[in-house]
Write a protein that binds this ligand. Sequence first.
Ligand code: AMP
Ligand code: MG
Length: 338
Amino acid sequence: METKVLKPTRENILYCAELLKNGDIVGMPTETVYGLAANAFDEEAVKKIFEAKKRPADNPLIVHIADLDMIKELAVNIPDTAIAVCEKFWPGPITIVLPKSDKIPSITSGGMNTVGIRFPLNKVARELIKSCGLPLAAPSANLSGSPSPTTAEHVFDDLNGSIPAILDDGNCTVGVESTVISFEDDIIRLLRPGKISVEDLKTVAPKVVIDKGVLEIISNDTKVSSPGMKYKHYSPKADVTLVSGSIEFFERYVSSRNSDDTYALIFDSDNISDNIKSIKYGDSGLQQAERIFAILRDVDKIGARNVYARCPSKDGVGLAVYNRMLRAAGFKVVKEGD
Ligand code: AMP
Ligand code: MG
């Protein structure tokens, strides 16, 4: 199958909407990462997503909507805290997990009795959803396990030949996947960190609990609240290690392991010896989020075998960057003073 990369003109959006209505799957831009979309109600179409991505069947998909009313078809028993979150942060990069309605097939929710729902900010995504009049199930449009795609080219690199079309809306502005939360009475549980931070969530709920899966290794046979967190994820072929501590410690640590195919991922304001090849990945959490997945793809293209990364801060959106880097590094963290 030929994979068309299409500019997001009205005509092309309508063309992709037709594909979706006919049970096909399409690469869709969002503000977080590119998604691979299908009609959330159509089991056969959703099956194509799992096949194209080689995604484990128990990893649920997020369902994307383009107006608040669509939520009523998808979820039941919506708590007040969820409504407060939607009012404050939608459209935007946050997914809420709610008890699912019977209209959502089990394949879409990865066999769970809940469904993750998001109202994206990206205009092309919203126009696409509105044009087909369907909620769109869309996980990240990468091969399962590899870094999430933040450009149409990344989607093409992973899925060329297995999907009919990708709408190309340039670089994703957020760069990491949405924050995912669930609700227990008026408490919010953070299942996956994203741009909407713990600090942001505390403005709408008295308590925010960070799920164990955010910062710890979850074994494959453990039952978890957010299945995506237990899989090997975001991994380049290169071996990644996070190095926590001062820049002096970082430089000493990497120097003693340096070779031709070693690369350092450092902050923009860091200066290290020219003997170490380095890539800058931003100073603030927002900059790091925007760049991290493209960099994790680039390190493979330039033939890096070992990558040592400065450890991001865990504040604000930094927690999302840290969470993705931990997984890219297979949880290998070296700490100064250990
Ligand atoms: P992706 O769209 O590829 O970033 O994956 C979506 C992720 O959202 C999954 O891997 C889960 O971690 C999370 N998610 C989606 N739906 C649910 C749900 N019903 N319950 C818990 N987590 C969910
Ligand atoms: Mg994903």
